[in-house]
Ligand binder design. Structure first.
Ligand code: MGD
Ligand code: MGD
Ligand code: MO
Length: 771
């Protein structure tokens, strides 16, 4: 691996601070930004950092924030505004050519705007006119199901509850959210297997764990506050193993900004003991190997299996049929190495499995989650201290939004409870998720689109087609803090409604309001912004929902939406009456600085599943799924090449790879703060990462220009690039590029069967070098 330039500085520490201050400077957000940083994740007077869903440190340091949080805050607190003057200067057609980075720098949305086709520009609209127009257009639809109501996971609990209620009273379950592209396989499989689709661990479990298996996750970049926990666990003697096709350099050493010895004397803590560098899509195969050895060598927790689980016979029968050759082919790791890992699992008295997008964003994403849970069930590693499942969520309140009912396939119990309490029928038909919604829009089945945050068209596969489809809608509404691409493909009516951000104060006729969020370990905490809003014309998300709802619904029997938006205690009372686990919400959220933990039955070895037990699940796809896909494509390509002799003669070298998409520390999803990635040693984003041995094999060099091509399910060839070839310590079947720039390569048909998560982390591609 010496051929690869590696980042050998510790993660976090000074480089992160310097990098963050560069971004703060860039945003000219130093003053507002640094005041807000002091307030992040502070239980008594602060707000929950909108950076990610990792829980706050329980001791609540003076500054509990990280590089990623600082950048997200800088982006929110910047003083530049995309206001009337900005939109007067730039036509929408012009803005369509701006990069994500440029749009981000345009600044905070500052006043309500509507698209004026005659000028091709956004022009101001009064709030009341906007609410009336939206209500009129929604009322004019043939059916409520012609509208799609998207949510991104930064929205706090109270407005999220109001939003889903508003959408359901309007008459549809068309409530897709960013979860559909993120941890949906986790929610689907954990619900099936454990009865609750959420993490079973709490923060203290990381202090007791003896083995942490971290699958497909890159915390140095995406959850930097998690590094401290990992370094701490490691110091306590916990072994930490990263299972990842990439050797993510930020994972090895950690310089803790909270420790003087680290920041002044330059020392650092170690984190990861080992990287199991599997092939892309190889997790289920690796986990099958582990299960096989553990079963065959009788290392199981038989008592737990007998008392608490169902489906073991079928699962172990399936495992015994899996051959070691297939396991090795599926994951690219040899039997001896898998057995070494299995021994660690067998010897560990307390094992946690954490996972991220490397597990979920595959056609076999549900199988991957099922196999992780199966492993923990074999060992009885759920419901004891220091052990359990720990999916690590992305957006700071993506988990809470789901709990509040943002779900296109709501549980019957939620619908019943809403119906009973609000005395109004709730729609019973499942709604569209992200993928189905995007298809329906393209097919003209939808006429209205509303987004409560997010950047739907860029985050989803098939971005250009979605943008085209948006232009056919009668109504598009965006409730947002920042301008983004999805707002630039206007339909008949295109309205931008700017909202307060998490860091800004919400003062209503009822005084200062605080909101709540639920983090990745089911802790519900308060969040309250303190900064003066960037513009006097902003409204809270709740006030915007109330404005539309008041116009839309008939007066008799109407809920008092304005009262809800003015008084979050009232919303919390409604939540307490309708959502499980929130009894006495207003009292409990004020009782304890750290909020409260939502009851998780699996922690207590209670299993609200169909069978009443924890459930083993047999994978739906062969464990060599990806290898087979690649073989099939490779055979097809050979056949074509043989037919076209001139192709060979031209000397063009092509080959088949798995393409995966990753994030850098200079972005938050589709928001691009800058172009650097110091851990991967690049200063640009139009790169294609590949192992140097593979470059040599192909006769390619660093900085060669490569076009990535993919035949989609319709037989159309999609292209990305040219991208610059860049060295990376990555598995041999794999190449990687940055999300979201690659999303036109993806199509809406490659997704997992039940959760419909797009396969962003593995698509089979052909590479072609061009001059
Ligand atoms: N700075 C920053 N922080 C963020 C975000 C951001 O964009 N920027 N986004 C937020 C959001 S919404 C989310 S969901 C989280 C995402 O956080 P992560 O889950 O860490 O996200 P990714 O960077 O998409 O991918 C994680 C890893 O998956 C690996 N991988 C790819 N294919 C496979 C595979 O087949 N198997 C395995 N085992 N690994 C694989 C990649 O090499 C990469 O290291 O981060 C959140 N935090
Ligand atoms: N290829 C590929 N595609 C992916 C992924 C991948 O790994 N690879 N990851 C997927 C994942 S995990 C996710 S979560 C999705 C993300 O998809 P989204 O959640 O839709 O995207 P974001 O970029 O997080 O949304 C950013 C926008 O949210 C708005 N916003 C920010 N803060 C607020 C707020 O407080 N309130 C409101 N109302 N609006 C706000 C701003 O206007 C900003 O432009 O992308 C998915 N797409
Ligand atoms: Mo996410």
């Amino acid at each position: 691996m010496r051929k690869i330039p590696v980042y050998n500085h510790p993660a976090a520490g000074w480089s992160a601070l310097i990098d963050s201050s560069r971004v703060l400077m860039d945003y000219k957000a130093f003053l507002r930004g640094s005041r807000s940083i002091l307030g992040s994740n502070q239980p008594e007077w602060g707000f929950d950092c909108p950076g990610c869903a990792w829980p706050d440190h329980k001791t609540h340091k003076m500054i509990d924030v990280c590089e990623s949080g600082i950048k997200v805050l800088a982006s929110e607190t910047m003083t530049a505004c995309a206001d009337e003057a900005f939109f007067a200067k730039h036509s929408v057609t012009e803005l369509q050519d701006w990069s994500g980075y440029e749009l981000e720098q345009a600044g905070r949305l500052a006043q309500p705007m509507q698209y004026d086709a005659s000028q091709d520009k956004y022009v101001p609209i009064a709030w009341e006119t906007a609410f009336k127009r939206i209500a009129d257009k929604l009322r004019g639809l043939n059916s409520p199901d012609e509208a799609l109501f998207y949510t991104s996971g930064r929205v706090t609990n109270e407005p999220a509850f109001m939003y889903q209620l508003f959408v359901r009273l309007f008459g549809t379950n068309n409530l897709p959210d960013c979860s559909n592209m993120c941890h949906e396989p986790t929610s689907v499989m954990l619900t099936k297997q454990l009865g609750v689709g959420k993490a079973s661990v709490i923060l203290e479990d990381f202090e007791q764990a003896k083995l942490i298996l971290m699958f497909g996750q890159n915390p140095a970049t995406n959850h930097p506050r998690m590094l401290e926990m990992l370094a701490h666990a490691h110091q306590q003697g916990c072994r930490i193993i990263s299972i990842n096709p990439m050797r993510e350099q930020g994972l090895h050493k950690f310089r803790n900004p909270q420790k003087v010895s680290h920041m002044v004397a330059g020392s650092s803590d170690d984190m990861v003991d080992e990287v199991i560098q599997i092939q892309i899509g190889g997790d289920a195969a690796l986990l099958t190997g582990l299960a096989k050895w553990l079963i065959e060598n009788d290392k199981l927790n038989q008592d737990f299996i007998a008392e608490h689980t169902s489906g073991f016979e079928q699962f172990s029968g399936w495992v015994s049929e899996q051959r070691w050759t297939a396991i090795e082919e599926g994951c690219g790791i040899n039997q001896a190495e898998i057995i070494n890992l299995a021994r660690l699992v067998a010897d560990s008295p307390a094992t946690i499995c954490t996972w991220g997008m490397g597990i979920t964003q595959h056609v076999q994403g549900e199988d991957n989650v099922a196999m992780i849970t199966n492993l923990l069930l074999l060992m009885g590693m759920i419901g004891i201290e220091g052990a359990g499942v720990s999916p690590v969520r992305g957006h700071s309140n993506v988990q809470g939004d789901r709990t509040m009912g943002i779900h296109e396939r709501p549980a019957q119990s939620l619908l019943d409870s809403l119906q009973r309490f609000f005395k109004h029928p709730m729609p019973q038909q499942p709604g569209y998720d992200v993928v189905k919604g995007a298809k329906a829009m393209q097919q003209g089945k939808l006429k209205a689109f509303m987004a409560m945050g997010g950047n739907y068209s860029v985050a989803a596969p098939d971005s250009q087609a979605i943008q085209q489809a948006l232009t056919n809608n009668e109504l598009n509404v965006f409730v947002a803090t920042k301008l983004n691409e999805t707002m630039l493909y206007p339909g008949d009516n295109n309205i931008i409604l700017p909202c307060l951000s998490r860091t800004e104060r919400l003062v209503t006729s009822k005084g200062n309001q605080f909101a709540t969020i639920e983090d990745s370990i089911c802790q519900v905490v308060k969040t309250q912004g303190r900064l003066k809003p960037i513009s006097d014309s902003l409204k809270s998300e709740a006030q915007i929902i109330a404005g539309i709802a008041t116009e839309l619904f008939d007066e008799d029997g109407r809920l008092d939406w304005q009262a809800m938006s003015e008084d979050y205690d009232l919303v919390r009372d409604y939540i307490a009456q309708t959502i499980d686990g929130f009894e006495n919400f207003n009292v409990r959220i004020r009782e304890n600085k750290r909020g409260f933990h939502l009851y998780h039955p699996a922690r207590h070895r209670q299993w609200p599943t169909d069978s009443g037990k924890a459930q083993f699940e047999v994978p739906q796809y062969p464990i060599t799924y990806v290898a087979q896909e690649m073989q099939a494509k490779s055979d097809a390509m050979k056949a074509v090449n043989e037919q076209q002799a001139e192709h060979k003669a031209s000397g063009s070298t092509q080959a088949i790879w798995q393409f995966t998409s990753v994030r850098s520390h200079d972005q938050f999803n589709t928001t691009i703060f800058g172009h650097e990635d110091r851990y991967r040693q690049t200063k640009r984003r139009d790169v294609l990462f590949m192992h140097p041995d593979e470059m040599s094999r192909m006769g390619w060099q660093e900085n060669d220009k490569i076009v990535v091509m993919r035949k989609d399910s319709q037989g159309e060839t999609r292209k990305l690039g040219p991208l610059l070839l860049t060295k990376m310590d990555i598995a041999s079947n794999a190449v990687a590029g940055y999300y979201p720039e690659c999303n036109n390569l993806m199509d809406l048909d490659s997704h997992a069967p039940t959760s419909h998560i797009p396969s962003y982390k593995s698509v089979t591609v052909e590479l072609q070098r061009i001059e």
